[in-house]
Design a protein around this ligand. Sequence first.
Ligand SMILES: [Zn+2]
Length: 426
Amino acid sequence: MKNKVDLLVLNGRLATLAGYSIKPQRGSDFGCLGLVENGAVAITGNKILAAGPMDLVLSQAELNTAKVIDAGGRLVAPGLVDPHTHVVHCGSREMEYGMRLAGTPYIEILKAGGGILNSVRRVRSATAAEMVAQTKKSLRRMLSFGVTTAEAKSGYGLDTESEVRMLQAVQILNRIQPVDLVPTFMGAHAIPEEYKDDSDEFVRIVIEEMLPRVKDLACFCDVFCEDHVFSIQQTRAILSAAREQGLQLKLHADELAPTGGAQLAAEMGAVSADHLLCTDKDGIAALAASDTIAVLLPGTSFNLMSRYAPAREMLAAGVAIALSTDYNPGSCPTENLQLIMALGCLKLGLSPAQVLAAVTINAAHAVNLADKIGSLEAGKQADLVIFDADNEAYLPYHFGINHSWKVIKSGRIAYDKDREEVCYED
Ligand SMILES: [Zn+2]
């Protein structure tokens, strides 16, 4: 029996990433793209009906009313997933850029009114509508780069009402624009001014006051676990309480020093451990033996001119790796996940196929949605990006630009490069 098709993508070089919906790619599997030359994807409603060799897909599809896109040999991939963002924020912090370039220590930038506490002041005085307006612009840009799902953290409010308002902004954005957002509560992102001498009291507020208020607004809880921020003991207390409230766990771990964050993430069954610049051998071994995904953020290292995560060692040990922008106004102000793929090759030593897997199926695992997104397989959400590129190596090779030709979100064309107008008058 043939099934009615609404949208058909023909003549593509498909990177299906098929076969990894249960477990992420790791070890020698990392970078298995499941390539199909002369492939097609048939879409019914918001779901993929079939993806694979063109004749096979066409034999199952009833095309009478279908809209057809001829990919002309272009690379067709699953919609990209950006699994670590602080996309909801207010304003920007370019005033710090010159200070950073001049080598001013972060503590001095904080004293001058910059740093994360600047973002906190702005979010505390912003309405949900103001946050929605700014974030919507960022999400349009992310979509144009092929991102169809992104994680979005709170964590610039640092008081109960502002944290709730940030997550409400995410809820509104999920209704009014196409990029699916996965909400993460990160009340423990920094210690606010008013508790700088009593971080334990702030941890108590996160656990007793914030968590009960946000548990129905967020899927994940994340903590900035680092010396002089939240200790291993404080982080464990917050994550345990979050788990009791039904939230899944993530962790900003070992960004500045090897504090045992990777081990804690593995021990607590966190879905991901993120940053990991300073993770040592024991941390890598703990991640390799766990289901926790290492979400690496090379754009942050690039922008802060700091070290990079030991990705090659992680890969050799069998750690599952995903990549993300870490888009935020301080340490990584970019929505361009394709640029992060290039940095993944140049700075982390991954291959073009591996970085593509790291922003599709493995990134889907990093937000625990690999059963719905991250690959081109029958039954999955019809999220696709058609790149104006013949193959996956061209994406990081021709770096810094946007390769998206068409982005399809839930079965509908959400971005079309051909319809972007360039105006030129002599
Ligand atoms: Zn972050």
